[in-house]
Ligand binder design. Structure first.
Ligand SMILES: *[C@@H]1O[C@H](CO)[C@@H](O)[C@H](O)[C@H]1NC(C)=O
Ligand SMILES: *[C@@H]1O[C@H](CO)[C@@H](O)[C@H](O)[C@H]1NC(C)=O
Ligand SMILES: *[C@@H]1O[C@H](CO)[C@@H](O)[C@H](O)[C@H]1NC(C)=O
Ligand SMILES: *[C@@H]1O[C@H](CO)[C@@H](O)[C@H](O)[C@H]1NC(C)=O
Length: 440
C-alpha cells in the first residue's frame, strides 16, 4: 500500500524539556509506529529518517520485503539541535520536526516559544509539572513523579495534562498512525498511559519502554495492561550468549517465566540506546555476532521483533546528516552513512522465515556444543547457528517434510536436502543455515 508521509506521524510526550541554560537535554516522547503491511508483526525502527525517506522505505522496501510496521522518530515540535536526542525534547505537539521541510524561527524547531514551565503552544504552565525531587529507586511514586536529571516532569495524573496528551494522540491517529512507542514509559504511571490511550478509535498498538531492574517497585510486566513492553532481558541474554561467552545454548533457557508474556513482548538485538551503550551487541560486533543474534531472534518464537535501521557514528550524540537548516537529509543506503539493516539480504530473508513459521511451536532444540545450536518451528522451518571458529558438520533431525530447500542465509546459493527426516549440512564458522517450506 502507498504511504503518504503524513500518515506516519505518531508520538507522545512524556516530559518536556526544561530549557535550563544552554543544556536543555531531554527525552520524553515517543517514536511512532506506522503500518507498512498487515502481513507481519516485525517492526523496523527507522531511526532519524525524514518523511521522504520513511515513505520511500515503506513503499519500496518494507512492504515488498515482508515487514509489518515502520517506527519513526518523534514527530512533534522539538528543541533545536542536530543531536538525535533533540527529537526527544518536545516543546509543543505541533507535527513539526526535523522530518518536515518548513522554515523555522523562534526557539522550537517549529517556532514555538518556550521557557521553563511555560509552553504556550500546548499550553502547559508551572502547575502542570511536578515539583522537583530526586528519584528514590525503591519508591514507585517517586520513580513516576520525580525528575530525571534536567527534565521537568509532567503531572500526567492531572486532567489538563491528560487532555493534552489524549488530544495529541487523537490528532496522530486521525493522520493514520497505527501505534505509539512510549519512550521512558517507566517514569509514568501505568494508569496515566492507560488514560492517554483511552477513547482512541481504532485502538492503537502501543509498545512501552519499561526496562527491567532487579528489585524495582516498577516492573515491565505492570505495563502489559496497556499493550506491548520492550523486554530488555532478551537483548541482555543475547549479550551474555554472544559477547560474554555464555554460550548460545544458554538461550534455550529463555524466556524465563518472569519475563513479559510472549504476546506482549517486544524483542530486539539493538535499539538506538543500546547500540550506543558500549557493552551491548551492535552491527559492528565481531565474528558476525550481530547477524547471528538477529537470525536467532527472528527464528525463535518469543515476542514481536524490532529491527533497528541506524547510521554509522563515532560521536554517540551525533544525529543523522542534516542540511544547513538542520533538516534531516534523505537517507542514502549506498553512501556509507545509513546502514539500512532492514535491506540486508540475511535479515530480510529471516523476516520471511519469521512470517512463514508464525504460530508454530519451537521444537527439536539441540546443541552440538555450547555455541552450535539448532531448532525447528513446527514442521515449517528449521535453523542451525554455528558460533564457533570451525565448520560444524551437522546431521540434524527435522519435522520439515523431505525435499530440497533453499538455504535462505546464503540467498539460495546453497540448498538443504531433507531426507528421511534428517538434513546433513556443513554450517561454516560464524555462519548459519535456515530453510522453510515457503522457499523450496
Ligand atoms: C515516595 O515518593 C513520594 C514522591 O516523592 C513521596 O511523596 C512519598 O512520601 C514517598 N514514600 C515513601 C514511603 O518514602
Ligand atoms: C553520505 O551523505 C552524507 C550526507 O550528504 C554526507 O555527509 C557524507 O559525507 C556522505 N558519505 C559518503 C561516504 O559519501
Ligand atoms: C579463526 O580461525 C582462523 C584460522 O585459524 C584465525 O586466523 C582467526 O584468527 C580465528 N578467529 C578467531 C575469532 O579466533
Ligand atoms: C538427498 O539425499 C538423499 C539421501 O542421501 C539422496 O538419496 C538424494 O539423492 C538427495 N537428493 C539430492 C537432490 O541431492
Amino acid at each position: 500500500m502507498p504511504f503518504h508521509p503524513h500518515t506516519l506521524s505518531v508520538v507522545l510526550a512524556l516530559f518536556l524539556t526544561v530549557p535550563v541554560p544552554a543544556t536543555a537535554r531531554a527525552i520524553a516522547a515517543h517514536n511512532r509506529i506506522a503500518r507498512a503491511t498487515a502481513q507481519s508483526d516485525v517492526i523496523v525502527q527507522l531511526f532519524q529518517y525524514n518523511w521522504n525517506s520513511v515513505a520511500n522505505e515503506c513503499t519500496n522496501y518494507l512492504g515488498p520485503l515482508g515487514y509489518g510496521y515502520a517506527q519513526v522518530s518523534p514527530p512533534h515540535e522539538h528543541i533545536l539541535g542536530t543531536q538525535w536526542s533533540s527529537d526527544y525534547a518536545p516543546v509543543s505537539y505541533k507535527i513539526h520536526s526535523k522530518r518536515v521541510t518548513y522554515p523555522y524561527s523562534g526557539t522550537g524547531i517549529g517556532g514555538s516559544p518556550y521557557s521553563p514551565f511555560d509552553y504556550p503552544a500546548v499550553p502547559y504552565t508551572a502547575s502542570d509539572f511536578h515539583a522537583e525531587c530526586d528519584i528514590d529507586w525503591f519508591n514507585a511514586t517517586s520513580i513516576h513523579d520525580c525528575w530525571l536529571p534536567g527534565l521537568s516532569d509532567l503531572r500526567t495524573e492531572s486532567d489538563h495534562v491528560r487532555d493534552m496528551q489524549r488530544a495529541y494522540l487523537a490528532d496522530l491517529v486521525s493522520l493514520g498512525v497505527d501505534g505509539f512507542r512510549f519512550d521512558a514509559a517507566k517514569w509514568m504511571a501505568v494508569d496515566d498511559i492507560a488514560n492517554f490511550l483511552s477513547e482512541l478509535s481504532p485502538k492503537p498498538f502501543a509498545v512501552q519502554e519499561a526496562e527491567w531492574i532487579q528489585g524495582s517497585p516498577v516492573q515491565p510486566n505492570d505495563y502489559e495492561r496497556n499493550g506491548n513492553v520492550h523486554e530488555f532481558r532478551h537483548t541482555w541474554s543475547l549479550d551474555v550468549a554472544f559477547l560474554q561467552d555464555g554460550g548460545l545454548d544458554s538461550l534455550f533457557q529463555t524466556p524465563y517465566p518472569d519475563w513479559v508474556t510472549s504476546d506482549n513482548a517486544n524483542v530486539f538485538v539493538a535499539n538506538h540506546d543500546t547500540e550506543r551503550s558500549g557493552g551491548d551487541l551492535r552491527s559492528t560486533s565481531s565474528n558476525n555476532a550481530y547477524l547471528l543474534a538477529t537470525i536467532y531472534t527472528l527464528a525463535q518464537s518469543y515476542g514481536h521483533p524490532t529491527i533497528l535501521s541506524g547510521y554509522d557514528f563515532t560521536d554517540k550524540d551525533a544525529g543523522a546528516p542534516v542540511d544547513s537548516d538542520e533538516m534531516l537529509l534523505d537517507v542514502d543506503c549506498s553512501n556509507g552513512t545509513h546502514r539500512c539493516e532492514q535491506r540486508w539480504p540475511v535479515i530480510s530473508a529471516m523476516v520471511k522465515f519469521h512470517n512463514t513459521v508464525s504460530g508454530s511451536d519451537m521444537r527439536r532444540a539441540v546443541a552440538a556444543g555450547k555455541n552450535q545450536i539448532s531448532f525447528g518451528r513446527g514442521d515449517v522451518g528449521h535453523v542451525a547457528i554455528n558460533y564457533e571458529n570451525a565448520t560444524w558438520s551437522a546431521n540434524i533431525q527435522t519435522d520439515v517434510p523431505d525435499g530440497i530447500y533453499c538455504d535462505v542465509i546464503s540467498s539460495c546459493q546453497r540448498t538443504v536436502n531433507v531426507s528421511g527426516g534428517f538434513f546433513a549440512y556443513d554450517v561454516y564458522a560464524y555462519d548459519s543455515v535456515a530453510f522453510h517450506t515457503g522457499e523450496k
